[in-house]
Design a binder for this molecule. Structure first.
Ligand code: 6PG
Length: 251
């Protein structure tokens, strides 16, 4: 893994602006190189501001080549796409309803099948088909956006989950005890196969987990702190955090 890059921003708004700049730079670079770019989006509340800003940039020149972007999801709740809990619905409301992404470039996790394991299997087939990856290979996402919970979870990789030890599958559907629900999530090998992983973490409630992930002792392993299992093999790992979340980090 290349050097880890931790950037501390004043507040959530500054973090959102920094994330939009980083997102835009990488998207433009990759579209310039390859003609298209693949991005796995994060769910939760933190990225809402980013998606809204990307949809309505301050100046037209900052708008992105949406027709060249393929959007995927890092995880999804086990609910239909119009459910308030759906990560797809959140992205549709904040971004897809405002920019022109071709319908066949929106690769959502089809959780409405009512069987999370089947939804995970189907998504894995879509990833293998789109990226042309055979068993044993992982899709090379250009950019993966991630958040982190106060318990150190990321995507839907929660502490103690068997999904943390998955090395073959690309997508799994673990039961999350604390949520009493299943989730559908990309697995660590997929996250670690990305060219760039961009964590967005803000808020005082994340401060202890962030310290433990970035500076904590390693003996507890990744099971206790799933976000620590994200160490891209060849890609970049960038943490955009605000002061509140960074308050326990060594100066
Ligand atoms: C989800 C996300 C999840 C999220 C963290 C942080 O589906 O909710 O994948 O991993 O990034 O829970 O959530 P907040 O951004 O809401 O704090």
């Amino acid at each position: 893994m290349r050097r880890r890059d931790v950037r501390i921003l004043d507040d959530a708004e500054a973090l959102t602006r920094a994330a939009a700049e980083e997102f835009g730079r990488r998207v433009r670079e990759r579209v310039e190189q390859a003609g298209f770019v693949t991005v796995a989006l994060s769910g939760g509340s933190t990225p809402r501001g980013l998606y809204a800003l990307l949809a309505e940039p301050r100046e037209p020149a900052a708008s992105l080549p949406w027709e060249r972007i393929h959007l995927f999801w890092g995880d999804e709740r086990d609910v239909p796409p119009d459910d308030p809990l759906s990560n797809f619905r959140m992205v549709r409301e904040t971004l897809l309803s405002k920019v022109q992404v071709p319908a066949d470039h929106v690769h959502r996790i089809r959780a409405e099948v009512g069987d999370a394991a089947r939804a995970a299997w189907e998504y894995e087939q879509e990833l293998r088909r789109f990226f042309g990856v055979a068993p044993g290979q992982v899709p090379p996402f250009d950019l993966v956006l991630l958040g982190m919970g106060a318990d150190g979870h990321t995507a839907s990789l929660f502490p103690g989950s068997d999904a943390l030890r998955e090395r073959e599958r690309l997508v799994v559907a673990p039961w999350i005890e604390k949520l009493q629900a299943r989730r559908i999530t990309l697995t660590p090998p997929v996250l670690n196969g990305a060219a760039c992983v961009l964590f967005l973490v803000h808020g005082a409630d994340k401060a202890e987990a962030l310290r433990a992930v970035l500076e904590g002792e390693t003996f507890s392993g990744d099971d206790a702190l799933p976000a620590r299992s994200v160490r891209p093999a060849h890609g970049e790992l960038i943490w955009l955090v605000d002061r509140a979340a960074a308050r326990f980090l060594a100066a």
